[in-house]
Design a protein around this ligand. Structure first.
Ligand SMILES: [Zn+2]
Length: 94
């Protein structure tokens, strides 16, 4: 019998799929507002914050909004323009 695990995983998983394992920052807002796709077609669904970091770290990435989050892809793109690749590695505690 198939069990719909996705909603349960979204509730139990502490961060979105776009969050890098070495990035300790928390998600910002809903955790599935965009899909970020790399040049090979692999994709991750994420929040605006982690998707922007991921987007800034990839070569020739693409970003698409999830249904109901039309402006999220633009927000990810705009934020990524201001980030260095793997920005969490150079962030310093203020
Ligand atoms: Zn996130």
């Amino acid at each position: 019998m198939a069990t719909p695990l996705a909603p349960a995983l979204l509730t139990l998983t502490p961060r979105c799929a776009a969050a890098h394992r070495d990035d300790a920052s928390r998600c910002e807002g809903p955790r599935a507002v965009v899909r970020v796709i790399d040049q090979h077609g692999s994709e991750a669904t994420g929040c605006v914050h982690h998707a922007a970091v991921l987007y800034a770290s990839l070569v020739r990435p693409r970003v698409y909004p999830s249904p109901g989050h039309t402006g999220a892809a633009i927000e990810v793109y705009r934020r990524a323009q201001m980030l260095q690749p793997f920005a969490f590695q150079t962030a310093t505690a203020a």
